[in-house]
Write a protein that binds this ligand. Sequence first.
Ligand code: GAL
Ligand code: CA
Length: 341
Amino acid sequence: MKKRKILILTALYGVSVTAFLACTAKPQEIVVQKSVGVACYNKSDAFLSELLGCLKEDCEERDMTVTIRDAVGSQRTQNDQVQELLDEGCDVLCVNLVDRTDPSVIIDMAREKDVQIIFFNREPVAEDLKQWTGLYYIGADAEQSGVMQGELAAQMIENNAAVDRNGDGKIQYAILEGEPNHQDAIIRTESVVNTLKNSGIELERLSYQIANWNRAQAQNRMNQIIGQYPTEIEVVLANNDAMALGAIDAYKELGYEKSQMPLFFGIDGTVEGLNAVKEGELAATVYNDKESQAELMADLVYAIVKGDSVEEFTFERKQYIYLPYQKATPENVNDFLFKEK
Ligand code: GAL
Ligand code: CA
């Protein structure tokens, strides 16, 4: 807190300009606030909206204004919105790309105005980030989240023989996957399955469905899966909490009792996800640390607008910064629900 206050004071000092009134000798301070333009792929995404809430708060605490634009899933709309943010004079951009493979238009526009970009949550490929030194990425390592989800599931399967409902020595499972081409979808699926296999658990995949991070879509897909396998699914591995919760919705709406349901695993630790862990509906989740991601973004934005060196931000792969995931289980879920910043 103390550090933050000092930072804010320094910001005010650093960005204030002194203007002289025409007829008086007394100088008057005019404080020009720095502005952050934020472009996001879709605000209705549960995890993202929580992350944006933290980012807004953190930037405002550092005395910067924030304007958020929502592309509602269209890269073309996002390109226009970024142009508007630049025309309005934003000092730094934070961009959550719609299409993570297509940032070139945005990079060119920002570079022309010498406005640096922090991409977040949707990771651009390395070649694109190399286009200019004023580009960064802040996110988390997708593989780590899949490995952690796999470890959590392996542990719960090993400690509870009843998970193997039909007692055939194998775990029949379904996967609910996020958007195609999203780094967190493909990699989480691969690494959760590999981790379970490496723990010596025999697996049988009964179904694999894409539900685009979305609760309602996941409920829909899970309905179809249940139609095909009414009692056979023993574990549901979802690439995020929203989809795990959608799967639970499907079983509930069909009238299943908890004792008849599989184990569900999510990733993110959204407020709803954590509450579901607390209530014992979701077996466990993996915390996607939105508070730390937002805080680091705000710190980096702040360093950029002050013209400070960004070297203190330890970049693992040059312009990329990854923050760690954490396992959230019924035992430690309160630590996340009441996370103090
Ligand atoms: C992931 C997150 C998903 C979704 C996605 C959007 O990191 O786990 O729930 O928010 O980002 O890009
Ligand atoms: Ca089984």
